[in-house]
Design a binder for this molecule. Sequence first.
Ligand SMILES: C[S@@+](CC[C@H](N)C(=O)[O-])C[C@H]1O[C@@H](n2cnc3c(N)ncnc32)[C@H](O)[C@@H]1O
Length: 233
Amino acid sequence: MIYERGNAAKQWILNELGRHFGSRTCRVLDLGCGDGAKWRGFLPTHPVMTVVGIDTDAVAIARGREASAGLKNLDFRVADAQKPVEGTFDVVVAMSAVEHVVDRPAFLKTVWDALSPGGVAFLNYDVGHFRSRDIKERVMVPVSRLLAVVGIQGSYMKKVDDATFREQAERQGFSVVAMRKHNLHPLKGFMRGAGDEALVEWFAYEESLNARFSPEQLDRVMWSTTFIVRKPS
Ligand SMILES: C[S@@+](CC[C@H](N)C(=O)[O-])C[C@H]1O[C@@H](n2cnc3c(N)ncnc32)[C@H](O)[C@@H]1O
C-alpha cells in the first residue's frame, strides 16, 4: 500500500491493524471516517476484517459509499461519534479526527460502549492545524477561536491536550497501552508518495524516537499523536 497524503500516522495505524488483527475475523469501527478512502486500499488485502465508518458529513459519506460500491466489508453511516453507535467492535479507530470532536468525554463513552471487553482503540489527533505554515490554517485558527466566542464551532480550534485526553480516557475506564508521536513538524505530508519500504523504515525510526524521548520532548518536533487504549476484559 502506498501512503498518499496528510498524516502518515494513519498508515501506521493501518499497518498495526494488519499486523495484529489481519488474520482473524475482526470488526472495526472508524469514527470520523470522512469518505473512508484509506480503507479502499486496505480492505481488499484484509478480507477477514469488516469496517463500519461513521461521520457527521453526509456528503463525505455519500462519496465514500459511491467509491466503495464493490467492497462488501466496508459500510458507512451518517452519525455523530459523540452519541452511541449500534453494534460491538473488536477495534475502534479515529484518524486525524479527535481534534474535530467537541465533547471528548462523550466521544470516549462512544468508544467504550462500542468496544467488546478486551477491545482496543487507536485514537489519533493532529496538532498540525495549530502550528502549520499553511496559510489557510494560520488564518483559520484565530478566526475559529473568534467564532467560538459567539458559539460557532469550527474544526480549527479544538486542540487536544495530551494530559487532559489521557485523564479523560482513564476516567472512562480505559487503560492506556501506549501513546505515540508521529511525523515531522513542520513538514505536513512529508512522506507523500513514499513506498511501503520507505514507510516501514520511517515507522521503525519513529519507534526508536518514541522509545528514547518523552512525548513532551517529541511534541516539539512531531505533530500527530495516537493513544492506544484498551477496554478491560
Ligand atoms: C480531518 S477529517 C479525517 C477524515 C478521515 N478520518 C481521514 O483520515 O481521512 C475529520 C473528520 O471528522 C468528522 N467529524 C467531526 N466531528 C465528528 C463527530 N462528532 N462525529 C463524527 N464525525 C465527526 C469530520 O466530518 C471529518 O470528516
